[in-house]
Design a protein around this ligand. Sequence first.
Ligand code: PLP
Length: 379
Amino acid sequence: MTDTLSDSRTASRMFTEDVPVVVEDVRRRPPTEREAVLADPGFGRHFTDSMFVARYRHGEGWHDARLTTYGPLQMDPATAALHYAQSIFEGLKAYAQPDGSVATFRPEANAARFARGARRLAMPVVPEESFLTAVDALVDADRDWVPTGPDQTLYLRPYMLASEPFLGVRPAHEYLFMIIASPAGAYFPRGVHPVSVYLSEDYIRAAPGGTGDVKCAGNYAASLLAQEQAIEAGCDQVVWLDAVEKRYVEEMGGMNLFFVLGSGDDAELVTPALTGTLLPGITRDSLIEVARSMGHRVTERLFSVEEWRRGVADGTVTETFACGTAAVITPVGEVKARTGDFTVGDGTPGPLTMRLREALLDIQHGRVADPRGWLHRVG
Ligand SMILES: Cc1ncc(COP(=O)(O)O)c(C=O)c1O
């Protein structure tokens, strides 16, 4: 296969059955520059040398899959995604393993969620196998960018956008599927601290029949003002309530929520049910399994602000935490609401919150066995 390509281009992977991944001769930054970035990567500020790009056209399907040098895209000003937000994305991480290999965490779950998002936004589906191939190809090409410091990771951002230059409200006929990668530092470099949250009563994130259960770009644009309002109220994060009754707790910013009832070995967990307006988080799903395997009862059901407030007051709700790929687990401390403020626990992270956090991080970083096969070795 490689004989048909120029010296600098080889294709060892197939994106789809008849579309090879062309590997271009990527312009690589010098090791000293890379090491300086990896010493303090922050989050979402630096990007690796390569990016993955594949194109789709109606009638032709997926074509022109390649790993190329990370850099700006040239776009027609009429590009549909810029006007109508026909655009979805994913977020997952690659972890340096103790044996020197690199692994991603449950990438098939991201592939499946991406496919669901594509269907909801009337976009072509990236076959799940192709999604995995593309993620592997990028991580493999830029494995030198996978940081090895404590709790450091390589954050991966697959996304798809309508690239057809056309001003009309209908599904586009052309798309770009891309993946970029960004080294990420430890989320809590100075220790884990609870965040304060603001219950959004003016704005909603998602309504029944809408797009709350998929990762489409518009959801996030529409969330920014509420997040600003939370910051103005002196809080770190916004907490979303259900759109209809504004009574049930749904999510915190871009993270799912868990409530701990009781304490010790008998502690139970409640997480808001996936009613169609919440994003089905992969961290949420993983923690449900991890907590159950530790012997804790986990229930997915509606959980009201009133139950939260009353539970904190009478001591039944002992801990609250949010979870997602970026921060893994973030404890929730102070809660501000027009109907009255309250504080969960004593302002320090709860014991079950921290146990679950360590348990999941240990699996992701390969420090313990992985009986569920959640780690996907890249190579
Ligand atoms: C709205 C929202 N909820 C929850 C999550 C957590 O999902 P995951 O655990 O798959 O990262 C995310 C992040 O992807 C999100 O954007």
